[in-house]
Ligand binder design. Structure first.
Ligand code: NAD
Length: 244
């Protein structure tokens, strides 16, 4: 049975992706720093292993990879999904707020992929990084979050270029808005209305609609796809309609 390691799997897009990959026959190692939620969600599911780790801490990332290999012997797919949001004017984005975003969204994805690389070389595995439409198009009040997500799209290409010779595929997915805890903590009614107007399909996406594309990129069906970013956003990014 192939093994996928998903960070930020306790809820939202990571949890939906866990369920989709399990239904497709994968064993999923669910990782999250929220111990209570992770334990509860893993308990409800079969074909999963749960491990509490904070992916912004290099030592915890090393033990996460070691524990996964001890338990499963291989890593066939890594989904760098754990993320935090930040929303505010540039002048109020303190360095501490900036670092909080970068530590998880960018440093965490870098550390996890680097630490998993020997295992991914052995399995000729796949990496999927979760970016955002905020990393493709600038808008107000997202300087830290948008920059972290733009960087992860470029980091995806760097890893794809360097690891292709080992058969490792590295892609990213840029979701449009999804009603998760992360998004709804910062999306006011004005923002929700603006997204509905700006998205050609006229609605938010679901966690599963993002997870299906992540699962495709993990699978052998995507065997010639690498270095790509796929927007899953109801058409938002491609249409040129901006947020007010
Ligand atoms: P969510 O808040 O529902 O889930 C994120 C999970 O990541 C949580 O369980 C949280 O505990 C975990 N996490 C955060 N920091 C961590 C860390 N340092 N170590 C381990 N676990 C950590 O959010 P979501 O909306 O499902 O977000 C998943 C990904 O999708 C994120 O990268 C986010 O930026 C991205 N995204 C979300 C949206 C959206 O509208 N929801 C849009 C674009 C991109």
């Amino acid at each position: 049975m192939k093994t996928a390691l998903i960070t930020g799997a306790a809820r939202g897009i990571g949890l939906a992706t866990t369920d989709i990959l399990c239904a497709q026959g994968w064993h999923v190692v669910m990782v999250d720093r929220d111990a209570e939620e992770l334990t509860a969600r893993a308990f409800e599911r079969q074909a999963v292993t749960a491990a509490v780790h904070d992916i912004s801490d290099p030592d915890q990332v090393d033990s996460m990879i070691a524990a996964t290999l001890a338990a499963r012997g291989q890593i066939d797919a890594l989904v760098n999904n754990a993320g935090v949001a930040d929303f505010g004017p540039i002048e109020q984005t303190t360095f501490a707020r900036w670092r909080r975003v970068m530590e998880t969204n960018l440093d965490g994805a870098f550390l996890c992929t680097q630490a998993a690389t020997p295992a991914l070389k052995a399995s000729r595995g796949a990496v999927v990084n979760i970016a955002s439409i905020s990393g493709l198009r600038a808008s107000t009040l997202r300087v830290a979050y948008g920059t972290s997500k733009a960087a992860i799209i470029h980091m995806t290409q760097q890893y794809a270029a360097e690891l292709g010779e080992y058969g490792i595929r590295v892609n990213s997915v840029a979701p449009g808005p999804v009603r998760t805890k992360l998004a709804m903590a910062v999306h006011t009614q004005d923002i929700i209305d603006a997204y509905h107007d700006a998205i050609p399909l006229g609605r938010y996406g679901s966690e599963a609609e993002i997870g299906q594309v992540i699962a495709f990129l993990c699978s052998d069906e995507a065997s010639f796809v690498t270095g790509q970013n796929i927007s899953v956003d109801g058409g938002f990014e491609s249409t040129g309609i901006g947020l007010p």
